[in-house]
Design a binder for this molecule. Sequence first.
Ligand code: ADP
Ligand code: MG
Length: 697
Amino acid sequence: MFDIGSINIQYLAGIGPRKAAILKEELNIGSLHDLLYYFPYKYVDRSRIYLIREIDGNMPYIQLKGEILSAETIGEGRQRRWVAHFSDGTGIVDLVWFQGIKNVANRYKWHQEYIVFGKPTMYGGRVNIAHPDIDPASELKLTNMGLQPYYNTTDKMKRNYINSRAIEAMMQNAIKQLRDPLPETLTPTLLHTHHLMPLTEALTVVHFPTTPEQLRRAQYRLKFEELFYVQLNILHYATERQQKYRGYRFDTVGTLFNTFYAHHLPFELTDAQKRVLKEIRRDTGSGKQMNRLLQGDVGSGKTLVALMSMLIALDNGYQACLMAPTEILANQHYITICQLLAGMNIEVRLLTGSVKGKKRASILSGLLTKEIHLLIGTHAVIEETVSFAALGMVIIDEQHRFGVAQRARLWTKNLQPPHVLVMTATPIPRTLAMTLYGDLDVSVIDELPPGRKPIVTIHQYDAHRHTLYRTVRREIEKGHQIYFVYPLIKESEKIDLKNLEDGYGNICKEFSEYTVCQVHGKMKATDKDAQMQRFVSGEAQIMVATTVIEVGVNVPNASVMVIENAERFGLSQLHQLRGRVGRGAEQSYCILVTKFQLAEDTRKRIDIMVESNDGFEIAEADLKLRGPGDLEGTQQSGVPFDLKIADLSHDGQLLQYVRHIAEEIVADPAASLPENALLWKQLKVLQKNHANWAAIS
Ligand code: ADP
Ligand code: MG
């Protein structure tokens, strides 16, 4: 059968080896298949032709029909340009080229009818169109709708005359190759049940649409297929893994769990915590290996769920391990957990990068002899030298700091993989979670412990610092503690550190009667801990810090979070930071300090923060504002966001829809039906072409 994957584009009319090489290098387009699946990113309506006298200073892209009267090269150096004076009889516009001057000067003839397309601007009292698209009027062929497809191109492509128009021309030739329909990639049942356009038609229409309705249906078919296979891949992987690996069966909920529950728990669990614990007990008792993602907003009480899950493992004769992303956080977990378990016969140890020598050696041997039951630590716990006698449960806190590869290393710690619970307070929008962690089951703590007052968030301009200081002073007088947070990023580290130091100085002066401590990532770990400790103990009323305090740190007496240069933080980061307050019963405040002039996007971010306390809502908004590739955690996830046509921020509903379909196909014994063989075959093809698809784990 006709296989478009095996046809090299260099043999298509108008391409040739040189252009083919550039397309391969820049866009990884090698075959006819690759080319046809390179979709337009937009369509521009070119059904209307404007008159030059209609042009005003503020128009989007427009189309003119007329001829070049004369042309000249003017300017020197970087100002050098070729200007063609173009007229339709109602006025004159200047068409201007700064690049490829020789080429354009030779290409266009005077007094021939052209269609010019571009964005007009006013320059020196004349209308200019820089680097317009020009076609001889006799040659311009638009789609039946008058829509022109636009394709993304790179600088290098443009330099080599492969612009959007050139791709469009290639595409026209490519479509001509499709005289016979292509083999379908979805089954007749799927096509029929979900009213999907046949593949060949969809590929044709998406490049050269005939009606808006056809275009929509073509896009739907292609998005459906794309998302469907993403889900089929993940679900297939998850099922396979479950068949391959048995999980440890935790039969009993024993003495440790029950003793803790009855005598050590300082408060009643929330219903959400109880529900999640039930889910974990069901998983770990099933004989399958648990892979669960626990999402819960900051302060929702995930630590307790983690601890009680680990107790189930201990009750069944296994060890457990809790991994945190930073040393500060590991320390804090260690202290909290030791306090909660005081008086119970459980050996808990802390292992971080700074635990060395004899102490480390004794931990390593204690893990092998099973004298140590519960290990808490940082990345250090997954180093190769660390082995357990019987590791039954691993909890990964604040997962977005851990990459897929690090998670995968857990498998090598045992013959049989331990149960895994990944906890995160960066609520991942459902659509994204399904794509990123589609193989994990998801639990959600959607309830905060009782008695918490929603944090009040206020936006304040830099210039109104005195009001800010008044609020801060009032809170300190009530006996509360305050955070001041400054941004610190690598690219502007020097300036950022200086800002932090200046801020620290000012705050010390302003609040000279109080104690101020300071923590940032550039300090030695021991200094950091010492400063942190001053705040935790209540000795210092104010902490000036960078985002090192972002994750997990818990000081219930802190009631105000001031975020300086809030415009420089992302939404989820702001939400994380805000979560450091509001942990006690008192009213808490988050004050976002920004400069006066703000970009549109930034203002939206700040507004969302002021309006919403709901992490999921914020995460969804973040996804819409920034797109999935930029979301925290996704860069390291190992899952590529190279979706060609679907868009996670808009196609969430479709994603859920196709997930159900994929679930049925994976779960149903009919998966082995001849009809579905097509799907598995297609999945294999996709896995071969997407190296990272095969690696999802
Ligand atoms: P996070 O989910 O952000 O990790 P933590 O586990 O640190 O939250 O819990 C935040 C605070 O809430 C802690 O001080 C913890 O002791 C307290 N907490 C947890 N569960 C409950 C509960 N059911 N009732 C009251 N307080 C709780
Ligand atoms: Mg936590």
